[in-house]
Design a protein around this ligand. Structure first.
Ligand code: PLP
Length: 841
């Protein structure tokens, strides 16, 4: 749907229409080509907000009239507009790599999207990842769209009272001040959806945000025709009780799918992020029933092939669960509306379908309704296989069908202008737009001087930023004038600067550095090799422990006035603060309790800017760390929340800082004052890790390994007969499995081969519906191995029974092998679609 500038900005003169075109596209949040234009229009507002949309909303008619007369300005504007159009029209990575696209459209569902501070509808990592994903899809030309919610208040904003306690604020997100526009239907009406809720309909309004080539659709319930309570459904992200959360998830999943239908968009891939969006599975299956006249099981079989579930949670407590009675109320209309009985729906959210008291688990629904499931780092993949094991009883944990794609960050959004210039010098302007294979070698040529210059400028800038924020915070907290005056000179541009910013949740252990306050004091206050700290982070409003940890930091700062120039707690951690910190700090510290950090992305954002990481071996760092690129905390093991272990790790953290980090930064300086050892580490970290942990690599991996295969599976199920065949197969397996059994097992060994032979009785099951395998247990040194057994002659005198054989190398002891029977069908995924398994013993 085209956007008419005159509707959005009625006072915009015709010759300035291009401004609306530029402002409406959030591409300005990572491509800074037109920045000078906005700066020219409103220098002060630009400095404060970096938000072209806001500038255009607020600029006065007189200024616009003047600009319309300014031939230079118009010429510049026209150049930017045509550059913008050219760029959008360029052929990109996706169409070059896939001249015959394997899929036509991906719908990326997420509760939150973090694209820019101008659109505050995110809380943390999940949202930032979603935002980075849309930006990257635009860069690479991947046909992807986003589905999310337009939160009226977003996540809370943080300020600190004069005792350093967190105060939560909920400013209203005025849609007219945000870069979103109403979605209009063919007759120019604002598109509204009606969702069936118990006893009423809830109206959702549709909005859109433009992210380069990608569209993000957003829904909100703040329509005057809704009851007041329903208008509040989309008020607070992660606020409210279980029922509100359920309503929000229905709006996202069902509402999101309904919106696509109304727009005539038929995505082949639904990418569901977290269980939050899993109701889209039901809505999609229902549409399939309507379109093809099938029953629900067949519709689910056909459509689930196109659903991909990405889990972002490393602990079972992180999955949303709803009491069955609550869910029942919301799906009670299903038999009429969807032709599905309530129990069928409830069973999809359970581990044990017969247990009617089991809560409804959104992650279980997501798995039961997808064929592809992945975690967000290698370690998180393994952790997720453990968490999801209960859904695949008697299957080895290794074979639980969960893969992983490690997260990445949208590098152009997180690099500083100076870092961008340095990368451009060595790797070219288009470095993040294609494949990434030359980047490492190209960047490694960077000189020590260039790297150190980048770091020194960056440190100065973040200090400038921190001073300004500190002054504002102190003024707001009515601090004495003297303190406000001191804030102007806080921090030092030549001092090792450490950043620590994240959600204050217990598992992140944000107060590890405070374990021994005296030792921290000595570290910061070392006369020859001082250290300064920038800290930021919010605690969830209901997380008392998290808030206490914030206060522990602010009190430490309070109690050591002589450290006032060395430590700043920056309030209201958001994308803007994150951007400043990751661009400026020398070292980024991350102390999660392994394995609670599914991936973590903030540490990836420092890479492109030459910051180094000191992090727990958890999430992404467990696969990124090497001694050449940074520092590792922990021992690669899990220790639960053992206080003794926490103390040992704190000890390790102090020791690393005192004996390795600080000396490397201050010593070994060359004649020009460059710390060579430190710079070598930066060079390794930048050249090896930046592209590897970019969302560019991540999304290419999603396309190759997940989206394209899923689309092929989906296409293979377009025929009714195929789907019926799969359903019958699943049904037969369930019906006959209990009667399957093994007979005699024989093994003969010669010098280098074991010959296995086993009798298998298949009841009434077609022999092609199963596979018989020989499974070799792993031991410490070797992974488990699976060999296919070959079906031989039917056993004489027995019905539907066969001899299966297999020859394997004799270097493993016979005792390690066990025959097993599993369901099998071409084009189907086992155990995802049929979880039975029968072991010989
Ligand atoms: C990147 C980012 C996050 C995610 O960081 P973690 O590594 O998960 O701590 C959270 N909040 C903001 C504002 C971010 O920019």
């Amino acid at each position: 749907m085209t956007i008419t500038p005159c509707y959005l900005f009625p006072q915009l003169p015709e010759s300035l229409a291009g401004l609306a075109e530029l402002a409406v596209d959030l591409r300005w949040s990572w491509s800074h080509t037109a920045d000078t234009l906005w700066q020219h229009i409103a220098p002060e507002l630009w400095e404060q907000t970096r938000n072209p949309w806001l500038i255009l909303q607020n600029v006065g008619g007189n200024t616009l009239q003047q600009l319309a007369q300014d031939q230079d300005f118009i010429a510049k504007l026209n150049t930017f507009v045509s550059e913008h159009r050219d760029r959008l029209a360029q052929t990109c990575w996706f169409s070059k790599t896939y001249p015959h696209p394997p899929f036509s459209q991906v719908a990326y569902f997420s509760m939150e999207f973090g694209l820019s501070e101008s659109l505050p509808i995110y809380s943390g990592g999940l949202g930032i990842l979603a935002g980075d994903c849309l930006k990257t899809a635009s860069d690479l030309g991947i046909p992807l769209l986003g589905i999310g919610m337009l939160w009226q208040q977003g996540y809370f904003r943080q300020s600190l009272d004069d005792c350093g306690r967190q105060i939560e604020l909920y400013p209203y997100n005025d849609p007219t001040q945000m870069p979103v526009t109403p979605v209009r239907d063919a007759s120019s009406e604002w598109l509204r959806l009606e969702l069936p809720f118990p006893g009423r309909k809830v109206i959702l309004r549709a909005w859109q945000a433009q992210v380069g080539r990608v569209t993000l659709y957003l829904l909100d319930s703040n329509d005057p025709l809704n009851a007041p309570a329903d208008r509040g459904i989309t008020a607070e992200l992660y606020g409210g009780g279980p029922e509100t959360r359920l309503q929000q998830e229905i709006c996202l999943g069902v509402g999101g799918w309904m919106l696509l239908r109304r727009l005539g968009i038929q995505p082949d891939i639904c990418h569901l992020n977290e269980g939050h969006a899993a109701f889209a599975i039901l809505a999609r299956a229902y549409s399939h029933m309507q379109d093809h006249g099938t029953d629900f099981p067949c519709a689910l079989t056909a459509t689930r092939a196109g659903n991909i579930f990405t889990t972002h949670t490393p602990v079972s407590a992180g999955f949303d669960r709803f009491p069955p009675e609550l869910l029942t109320r919301y799906v009670a209309g299903a038999p009429r509306a969807f032709g599905i009985d309530v129990e069928t729906i409830l069973a999809l959210g359970r581990e044990n379908p017969e247990d009617t008291r089991e809560p409804f688990n959104m992650a279980w629904l997501a798995i039961h309704g997808s064929l592809t499931v992945n975690g967000v780092s290698r370690l998180h993949g393994a952790v997720s296989r453990r968490l999801f094991q209960p859904l695949f009883p008697r299957w080895p944990e290794d074979e639980v069908p969960v893969t992983h794609v490690t997260n990445g960050v949208h590098t152009p959004s997180w690099d500083s202008a100076e870092a961008d210039a340095l990368w451009t010098k060595h790797c070219g302007k288009a470095r993040w737009l294609g494949d990434l294979k030359d980047i490492e070698a190209d960047f490694r040529r960077t000189s020590d001087e260039d790297i150190w210059q980048l770091r020194s400028t960056a440190r100065q800038q973040v200090i400038h930023f921190a001073r300004q924020r500190l002054q504002k915070q102190l003024a707001a907290a009515h601090a004495p004038d003297q303190d406000c005056e001191q804030a102007k000179t806080a921090l030092d541009p030549n001092t090792l600067t450490i950043g620590f910013a994240r959600r204050f949740a217990a598992y992140k252990r944000p107060n590890m550095l405070l374990t021994d306050p005296d030792r921290l004091y000595r570290l910061l206050n070392n006369p020859h090799c001082p250290v300064q700290l920038l800290i930021a982070g919010k605690a969830h409003p209901k997380d008392g422990a998290g808030k206490a940890m914030i206060q522990q930091w602010t009190q430490f700062i309070h109690q050591h006035p002589d450290l006032a120039g060395r430590m700043v707690f920056i309030a209201d951690y958001d994308m803007m603060v994150a951007e400043q910190l990751v661009q400026g700090v020398d070292l980024w510290i991350n102390t999660p309790l392994r394995p609670w950090e599914a991936s973590g992305t903030s540490g990836m954002k420092v890479l492109v800017n030459g910051g180094l990481n000191l992090s727990e071996l958890d999430g992404w760092w467990a696969e990124a760390y090497s001694p050449e690129t940074g520092w590792a905390l922990g021992d690669s093991q899990e220790h639960d929340s053992d206080p003794e272990w926490n103390r040992l790790e704190a000890e390790q953290l102090y020791r690393l800082l005192e004996e390795e980090v600080v000396p490397l930064f201050y010593h070994q300086r060359d004649a020009n004052g460059c710390p060579c050892g430190w710079i070598n580490k930066i060079r390794e970290s930048m050249s090896r890790l930046t592209s590897q942990f970019s969302s560019n690599r991540m999304l290419q991996e999603y396309v190759h390994s997940l989206y394209a295969p899923a689309a092929r599976l989906l296409a293979a199920r377009s025929e009714r007969a195929t789907v019926d065949g799969i359903s019958r197969w699943q049904h037969d397996i369930r019906q006959h499995w209990q009667s399957l059994h093994f007979g005699e097992l024989n093994v003969q060994s010669d010098t280098d081969t074991h010959h296995f032979q086993v009798h298998v009785y298949l009841d009434d099951l077609d022999a092609d519906a199963v596979a018989v395998q020989l499974f070799a247990n792993g031991d410490g040194a070797q992974d488990p191995k699976i060999y296919a057994m070959t079906r031989g002659d039917a056993l004489s005198g027995a019905i539907n029974s066969y001899n299966y054989t297999c020859a394997v190398p004799a270097h493993c002891a016979v005792e390690r092998f066990t025959p097993r029977i599993i369901p099998h069908r071409d084009g189907c995924l086992v155990p995802m679609e049929s979880t039975e398994i029968l072991w010989y013993r």
